[in-house]
Design a protein around this ligand. Structure first.
Ligand code: MLT
Length: 410
């Protein structure tokens, strides 16, 4: 009899956002009619910028003509997009990254998961708690953990609690770990690390020969100069950090799908025989085997983000969501709740009133206000007692949701 991958049996029954979607559907089926406002999953609502849409239309026209039609593209991404990224995301900030260190993909969610393919199954993983659940689940799937305990923590993972007491900034591990996940601006807490705080992590990784998986999917939301946009703003980071970036939240690509991962050529990991191996070479090997690249049309759309007009238009999109974040922060603060994040990030992290359990508060808000938020407990045990509000939504919906909180007094 064929056997399943038992690691999957260690997972919680459903992925967090699937679980929320199913609970909302269930509620909606039982209570049709009311308008439900979704501030749960971080999914964009505003359309693609006109310059992006135009570039995609032109690419469709090219694909429709025999002379300009294209079949398979380079698995690592087209040069026009890799070049634009090198120039605008990095060189303009004084960071030197080469084109062949950039790998275009269809999402940071997949890349943060797939990167585990090139790292040893014996590596010790450290991650923040609360955390984007994909980092945990994919390590469970890869067999890097034991079972989950009553608290909701997996044996074999080193958890770094992020609480109001430490400002949601994880402390350095007190033991040696190999793989460290950092997400800045942070999902779910919406808080950030300063350049100085990030340097401590880079130094730790250099000293301990660890690797940092730096998820910068929300860097476009950074407004304060003390907060880095890239980990490579920190000296030495190119020797220890892989950076994940996405067009999802910066240019509205959650449905269009385009992202990229930077794997510097300086990063080496050792083989079982102690031989240094380039992770850039291994990732290239993995991608060329398992991935056929992102569509030409999508990459043309992503490249348009870097034109002068594209940058103006996508900046306006980010400002719009940050405006929503301000409204949510201000309203909930005025209502007397403890509110964090939402300044350099599209997520607002809020303490539940009266110490209510986060799933209970989620359910209460769903049933009494018809608003969907995300229970903090779904991001890990230290998220218990908190909920996350997403600032992705239309302005009208955000204002209506806040009005319901004001009226509902919960
Ligand atoms: C979230 O809500 O945490 C994000 O939308 C998840 C994601 O980007 O995959």
């Amino acid at each position: 009899m064929i056997q399943c991958n038992e690691n999957y049996l260690k997972l919680q029954r459903r992925y967090l956002f699937r679980e929320i979607a199913e609970r909302v559907e269930e509620y909606q089926d039982a209570n049709p009619g009311g308008k439900i406002i979704k501030l749960g999953i971080g999914d964009v609502t505003e359309p693609l910028a006109p310059s992006v849409a135009e570039a995609m239309h032109e690419a469709v026209d090219e694909m429709s003509e025999p002379a300009t039609f294209r079949g398979y593209g380079p698995e690592q991404g087209y040069d026009f997009l890799r070049g634009a990224i090198v120039e605008h995301d990095y060189r303009d900030r004084g960071i030197y990254v080469e084109r062949d260190e950039i790998f275009i993909s269809d999402g940071s969610k997949c890349d943060t998961a797939n990167i585990l393919d090139i790292l040893s199954a014996d590596s010790v993983v450290a991650l923040a708690d609360p955390v984007y659940p994909v980092y945990v689940d994919t390590n469970v799937m890869a067999g890097r953990t034991g079972h989950v305990d009553a608290k909701g923590q997996y044996d074999g993972i080193y958890y770094l609690p992020c609480t109001a007491e430490n400002g949601f900034v994880p402390d350095l591990p007190s033991r040696k770990v190999d793989i460290i996940y950092l997400c800045c601006p942070n999902n779910p807490t919406g808080t950030t690390l300063t350049r100085k705080q990030l340097k401590l992590w880079v130094d730790y990784a250099l000293e301990n020969m660890a690797i940092i998986l730096f998820d910068a999917a929300y860097e476009a939301y950074v407004r304060e100069p003390r907060v880095p946009h890239s980990i490579y703003e920190v000296d030495g980071a190119k020797r220890v950090a892989i950076e994940f970036r996405s067009f999802s939240k910066s240019a509205g690509f959650t449905g269009t799908r385009c992202a990229f991962t930077v794997v510097p050529k300086e990063i080496v990991a050792v083989s079982g025989q102690g031989r240094p191996e380039s992770l850039n070479r291994l990732w290239n090997r993995r991608q060329t085997t398992k991935f056929n690249g992102v569509s030409y049309i999508t990459q043309r759309g992503a490249a348009a983000v870097y034109t002068e007009r594209g940058r103006r238009e996508t900046q306006a999109l980010v400002d719009y969501y940050l405006g929503n974040a301000d409204i949510i922060r201000d309203t909930l603060t005025t209502l007397g709740l403890d509110v964090y994040g939402g300044i350099n990030a599209p997520y607002i992290w809020v303490k539940t009133p009266g110490g209510m359990k986060s799933w209970d508060y989620f359910q209460k808000v769903l049933e009494e206000l018809n608003v969907v938020i995300t229970p903090g407990g779904g991001f890990g045990p230290s998220g218990e007692g908190y909920v996350r509000f997403s600032a992705f939504g239309s302005r009208d919906d955000v204002e209506e949701a806040m009005e319901r909180f004001r009226r509902g007094g919960i």
